[in-house]
Write a protein that binds this ligand. Structure first.
Ligand SMILES: [Zn+2]
Length: 294
């Protein structure tokens, strides 16, 4: 995908009624529509001169169809009262993506073991054969609810859209969520959204330090594995250094496939895969697995 005149090539554009002044976007805020799943209904509402005055740059349908409503260099009204690392009113410096999803649903108790949830507009979602994959889950950020996972086609479109945006808009720095910038007020995206994986897929290859480290390291022997030996867990890092580049903490005793190894600043690092993400760990906090002896 390319961006021409601040519109994404190959994506349907229908102008929203609420398009604000020019902005320089530095973050992308991900949302759930928290509305019906009917294709086009949320896009029509968000494009309209709605009484809430809301608008958004992109809508991603459950089948992966993307519609753009606001040019990426113009302000849309998607985040409301919000703050990102000290900067208030994120609409002034963010691109908004609305993902079609019912949002939080009220759990409906039943004795048959089938997960059911009632959306705020009254629609009952139930999942007798498990196709929707409805899950009841509580997190500190979201509270308790029944949630619908995002179909793969929709997630692939979100990743493709984010990748195109980060490729073309050099001011963009981070992918965040409405619950993160409006804590206590908003719970979207829902707790089933694979935020870490999406971030890793979009941003993972964008660290020049990582690319340099891959160049300067050697492929590991096939099937090489190490086991984490660090009681408090071991940090998986975007590139081999102690900069603030932690992707996640890997629990003690986790066995990891090693992709590459290299010495940086006098220390041996391994590039490994953990939770679907590639990153770097310090070899001195691992022990080799004596493979296939059992
Ligand atoms: Zn939102």
């Amino acid at each position: 995908m390319r961006i021409k005149a601040h519109k994404l090539d190959g994506v349907e554009y229908r102008a929203a009624a609420n398009i604000g002044s020019e902005i320089v976007p530095t973050i992308v805020v991900l949302h759930d529509t928290a509305g019906p799943l009917t294709k086009g209904s949320s896009a029509s509402y968000l494009a309209s001169k709605n009484t809430a005055g809301v608008s958004v740059h992109f809508v991603v349908e459950t089948d992966g169809t993307i519609t753009q409503l606001v040019p990426v260099n113009r302000r849309a009204n998607h985040a409301g009262a919000s703050i990102y690392h000290g900067r208030e009113y994120c609409n002034a410096f963010s691109i908004g993506i609305e993902i079609i999803n019912p949002g939080r649903m009220e759990p409906v108790e039943a004795r048959d073991g089938i997960v059911r949830g009632r959306a705020w507009w009254g629609q009952l979602f139930e999942d007798p054969v498990g196709i929707l994959g409805l899950v009841r889950k509580a997190t500190p950020q979201h509270g308790d609810g029944v949630w619908m996972p995002y179909p793969q086609a929709q997630l692939e479109s979100v990743v493709a859209l984010l990748s195109a945006l980060f490729d073309k808009i050099l001011t963009l720095e981070a992918i965040t969520t409405h619950w993160y910038v409006s804590p206590g007020r908003k719970v979207d995206v829902n707790p089933l959204f694979p935020l870490d994986q999406v971030r890793a897929r979009v941003l993972g290859d964008h660290h020049p330090e990582d690319a340099d480290a891959i160049e300067a390291s050697e492929p590991a022997p096939a099937q090489q594995e190490v086991q984490v030996a660090a009681a408090g867990g071991l940090n998986l890092r975007s590139w081999p250094s102690w900069n603030p580049n932690v992707i996640t903490s890997i629990p003690d005793c986790t066995v990891l496939p090693v992709l590459r190894s290299g010495t940086f600043n006098g220390r041996l690092w391994h590039r490994v895969i953990y939770g679907g993400r590639e990153g770097w760990i310090l070899a001195s906090y691992t022990k080799p697995m004596s493979n296939k002896e059992a």
